[in-house]
Ligand binder design. Structure first.
Ligand SMILES: [Zn+2]
Length: 309
């Protein structure tokens, strides 16, 4: 299978055989020798992907078309943390579009904070749940189906980019729907995370495995970074530039990205995981189960989120 890099179109890569975290089947990961982007070596074609996300994805990952109370609680906790960070950069009344809005928890909580929020997601099962339970505006479409005239002050992409076959183009599309000075808020899994096991890292649904270096390569031409963090996840709050600005020192940046990606793949071991929280993970799991039981007991989905707001 010929390789072509989804970020830079180069055709040379280091290939690593790994196993899918969900079903243990062998898959191949490619590290681009030109830009350092780590990606699934053998990408499914677009039609296969669209069919997968249209119906099978939620079932494969959640086994139901309505989220369980503990999933609402978990998503609500993530949403309120993301919102707290975003509110430092926006004013009430801002128009927000959440792409890949899932169960609508973020859209609902953003509305509670005074933002004019709506969501899109090509997987419609959760959207009906969100409309019925939270009264939020959700559409069952992908970003490519947005009306070109739609404009927002904030666009959010939480755990979306790693699923897309053309992430650079998705950033470009998002930029096209933002007014000047508009914000793009991205969160993806971090290849540099040290507190995940090597067996819970590679997923055939994840086409990209970003580091801070490779994510910066695809956003910085159109956006200025206002806030970024790495660790378990990689997050960036970005402001759209008045005009695209070509990246300087591209060769040096590619070299740094390649070095970092190679180092991360080499260092990704059980030893690293155990030294970075793995030894305490049974305690952390027990604490999480208790917290979720307390946060959901006797509450409907909306009440769970209201308690988190
Ligand atoms: Zn590349």
């Amino acid at each position: 299978m010929a390789f072509d890099c989804m970020l830079c179109k180069a055709t040379e890569a280091d290939i690593h055989p790994v196993r899918d975290a969900k079903d243990g089947r062998p898959i191949e990961i490619a590290l681009c020798r030109s830009c350092g982007h780590v990606q699934l070596a053998d990408r499914p074609d677009l039609a296969t992907l669209q069919a997968f996300y249209g119906s099978d994805y939620r079932k494969a990952y959640r086994k139901a078309d309505a989220p369980k109370p503990r999933h609402v609680f978990r998503a609500g906790r993530d949403a309120s943390e993301r919102l707290a960070r975003l509110m430092a950069h926006v004013t009430p009344g801002a128009r927000l579009l959440d792409i890949g809005a899932g169960g609508g928890e973020f859209v609902y909580l953003a509305g509670q904070r005074g933002l004019r929020a709506q969501g899109i997601d090509p997987s419609s099962g959760y959207l009906e749940f969100a409309r019925e339970n939270y009264g939020v505006e959700m559409r069952a479409i992908g970003v490519e189906a947005l009306d070109p005239a739609e404009r927002y002050d904030v666009i959010t992409l939480f755990h979306v980019l790693e699923h897309l076959p053309a992430p650079r183009e998705a950033i470009e599309a998002a930029a096209g729907h933002l007014d000047e000075g508009g914000l793009l808020y991205i969160e993806v899994p971090d290849l540099c995370a040290k507190d995940t096991t090597p067996t819970n890292l590679w997923f055939k649904a994840h086409l990209s495995y970003f580091t801070e270096e490779t994510l910066r390569l695809i956003v910085e031409e159109r956006f200025e970074i206002l806030d970024s963090s790495s660790g378990r996840v990689l997050t960036m709050i970005l402001r759209k530039r008045p005009a695209p600005q070509p990246l300087a020192d591209l060769q040096a940046r590619h070299a740094a990205a390649i070095d970092l990606s190679r180092r991360r793949i080499r260092e990704k071991t059980f030893g690293e995981y155990l030294l970075n929280g793995g030894l305490l993970s049974p305690v952390a799991s027990a604490a999480r189960i208790l917290r979720e039981a307390r946060g959901t007991r006797g509450r409907g989905a909306r009440e769970i989120l209201d308690a988190l707001a």
